[in-house]
Design a protein around this ligand. Structure first.
Ligand SMILES: [Cu+2]
Length: 415
């Protein structure tokens, strides 16, 4: 008998039950841990103290579900704050404004630093330091060879910077306390300028001291530099770790890959996503309590829903990432986790190609189902689900603990 495929309601209910039970366990643990630790820190404020820092809400199942202690299987706490949507963030790329100055293409962005309470698990908030009010900061996207100009304003009481993981030839622009303008104090502005090179998937973050706090609090984001197909045609060897003959066919293939990476050419033919793996130390003891891809624990899990065939209800905050079988998927993946030495990305029932740092147009890892990244390491994951039956396919950190504390997600392959 041919099996009936994974789209039966049972699979969705099971996935929702798993997501829900992990989410509730996480929220319960964080709430208890935070209440205890903060009572000690805040001198007997107890639950009132926890409430004052936004941790008293706990998991709140969406309104129409049974709250009985025995009837919560499959009930998933929904996120209450609508100020950040990881589903929207996933496919949002900021391309700034472009102008030409003395023959040089210049791409401008504005960023500010500010304090923001962000919701990291249903009902659990975290006092973040943010770029543009969000964690991760906006995904900035430019084209190789351009000048990237960032007008930065620090609107927060701590001194901050923006440090780019680019090949930056001007030390004044390195965004560290010791060089150029140094740290940018509250109310100050600075204009950073960087050459957009090399093409790839890159990281930006604050480099003020203590560095681990400024990163852990949320001051980081992704900067994508799209390869310039014309430059690839002229200098194909810059984009491959390959020493054989450069044939016309290979050159043409590399140029085509560059076009499929470049948002001004054909990148829209690929389903592009950004996943910043991050973690949050909610009681400030030097260990993370909550992990995620894109800040919200289990947001790409499976929610409890009556929806069928992947038609998730509007406003639902926990839902898998819907993908098409007839389209290539590309994930710009970065590890921003503080305190833990490595993070990883693992796909179930699937192998992918990986481009370490995204700087090559041929995979650096071919046909793998797990990659690991240290902090600031990043790369491009390319997936092909055309052979797969429709349904839910899990992916997660293969540090199992991270997965159980929030970094567990599903792709839902559409029929
Ligand atoms: Cu900072």
């Amino acid at each position: 008998m041919v099996n009936e495929g994974p789209r039966s309601g049972g699979d969705r209910e099971d996935a929702a039950a798993l997501t829900g039970s992990l989410s509730e366990r996480l929220v319960g643990a964080v709430r208890d841990d935070a209440a205890v630790s903060r009572r000690a820190v805040l001198g007997g404020l107890g639950l009132a103290g926890a409430s004052a820092v936004g941790l008293s809400g706990g998991a709140t199942a969406s309104g129409d579900h049974d709250e009985s202690p025995h009837g919560r299987a499959g009930v998933v706490g929904e996120f209450q704050s609508a100020d950040f949507d990881p589903h929207e963030f996933l496919r949002t790329f900021e391309t700034g404004t472009v102008q030409t100055e003395n023959g040089q293409r210049v791409r401008e962005f504005e960023l500010d630093a500010s304090l923001r309470e962000i919701e990291i698990a249903p009902g659990v908030t975290f006092p973040a330091w943010t770029y543009d009010g969000q964690v991760p900061g906006p995904t900035l996207r430019a084209v190789e060879g351009e000048l990237v100009r960032i007008r930065f304003t620090n609107g927060q009481e701590h001194p901050h910077t923006i440090h780019p993981h680019l090949k930056n030839v001007n030390p004044r622009m390195d965004g560290i306390p010791q060089n150029g303008p140094g740290v940018i104090e509250q109310g100050e502005r600075f204009v950073y300028e960087w050459k957009a090179q090399p093409a790839g998937c890159h990281f930006y973050h604050c480099h003020s001291m203590p560095l681990k706090e400024h990163i852990h609090r949320g001051l980081y984001g992704t900067m994508i530099i799209d390869p310039d197909p014309e430059r690839v045609r002229e200098n194909p060897r810059d984009y491959v770790n390959y020493h054989g003959p450069m044939t016309d066919d290979l050159r043409a293939e590399l140029v085509e890959e560059a076009e499929l990476r470049n948002h001004e050419y054909r990148a829209d033919e690929v389903d592009e996503m950004v996943m910043v793996m991050n973690g949050f130390d909610t009681n400030f003891d030097g260990d993370n309590e909550v992990y995620a891809a894109n800040t919200r624990a289990f947001a790409y899990g499976v929610g409890s829903t009556d929806a069928e065939n992947g038609e998730w209800e509007a406003g639902e905050t926990v839902e898998p990432i819907r993908i098409r079988r007839d389209q290539r998927q590309r994930v710009y993946l970065i590890n921003a986790v503080e305190f833990d030495p490595i993070n990883s990305f693992h796909t179930h029932s699937q192998f992918f190609d990986y481009y370490d740092h995204g700087t090559t147009l041929m995979p650096t890892h071919k046909t793998v189902d797990t990659v690991m990244q240290c902090q600031a390491q990043r790369g491009i994951v390319e997936l092909d689900y055309s052979d797969h039956q429709p349904g839910l396919y899990m992916f997660h950190a293969h540090q199992s603990e991270f997965a159980e504390l929030g970094w567990m997600s599903f792709f839902e392959v559409q029929a």
